[in-house]
Design a protein around this ligand. Sequence first.
Ligand code: UDX
Length: 445
Amino acid sequence: MKLAVIGTGYVGLVSGVCFSDIGNDVTCVDKMSQKIEMLQQGEVPIYEPELKELIKKNAEAGRLRFTTDLTSAVGNADIVILAVGTPSMPSGEANLSYIMEAAKEVALAMNGHKIIMTKSTVPVGTNEKIGSLIRGNTAYPVSVASVPEFLREGSAVRDTMNPDRIVIGSDCEDARQALAELHKTLTDNILFTDVRSAEMIKYASNAFLATKISFINEIANICEKVGADVTQVAVGMGHDNRIGSSFLKAGIGYGGSCFPKDTEALIQIAGHVDYEFKLLKSVVEVNRDQRFNVIRKLESILDTLNGKTIAIWGLAFKPETDDVRDAPAFEIITSLLQRGASVKAYDPIATSNFMQKLNSPRIEYCDSAEEAALRADALCVLTEWKEFQKISPATIQSWLKSPNLIDGRNMYKEEEVANTGLIYYSVGRPNMNKGVREKTPQLLF
Ligand code: UDX
């Protein structure tokens, strides 16, 4: 099939590349000429495992190309994939100006019937507006479908090639058939829905996963007070098939380009129809507060942060990505600076992205984990990179000035920490807290 993908962000680029890899003819379009030139030279603007190799392979095979020329890309395509960003506005609502602008440009470039497949995450009802906008700007027939994207950063290629399900939301039979054909080599599990339900499935899925994370984080906070271990609790819960074991890792809360944006957007969507989504509001609030546990734990060990040097390992919102959007590290580092601390930070690949957003004479960006930890008063692990997991707590202790380790991602096991002199705090595992003045919690009942 001949595809034009509008937008070469995470979703557009990965989808375009993967569709070319399964034999389709794909043209990826973006307004940013610098980005297109980079891609034409085989350079990838984001860090994503396997992506660079796939771009090279499919570009060389002549199935994949990059251009700023939307008109010719749309003209040559049977299916046009809309994958432009829908960032949050200050109110939390999704900003639809980019996708509407793209839809209008697509309409003006049409030279025959096209199927429009929207992959961007958009509020319920948006695809109907896209359909009307296109029909108002072209005489050619158009079939619109919402096909939400569920890929995760860091495993985007794998997720796209092996999706749990494909949701095709459309009222047009030709679009359903063509899009089922397009996805059939990826999975047998194709669900057909109406357009609005497909749009809602994306928001509801992300909101539910965010809810699981905030839920387990609150359980972790209670575990710390009652002397239970949240990792054991999560395993025990996860063995119930109705609950499932994924997204029950307690930590410093979720970040990234999707969960924070989509939870806020769903709260707004509900608000527009006079419904207060109380549960989701709490999920967001719990998530916002969870990252400050790192500060509270540091203060309980060091008394004051003023004048202290704190090492930070991990700036990306999760491992295997250089994405720092809504990364907990921002608020944690900002709070440390506000409290008079200096920061030595290291991330295997996200440092330059992070530096562009947060700079201060009191932040030193380091070239290695060791350099960041050397002679610091405490080390906080904010992203569970494999590189960090390989460094033993005993080595960490030898680098630090004071042996304080706050493990915000429960990266270390009990036996690894047991024989060190580290003062160790993790999340929801109070029995592993070592060297802290706190006593085993007294139950009040
Ligand atoms: C997410 C959704 O998983 C994906 O389906 C959607 O398309 C986009 O948003 P992504 O943001 O790439 O993907 O990462 P994900 O692996 O889902 O993690 C999101 C955040 O939740 C990260 O900050 C991660 O550290 C955190 N998380 C995840 C937890 O704190 N605990 C968990 O158990 C799982």
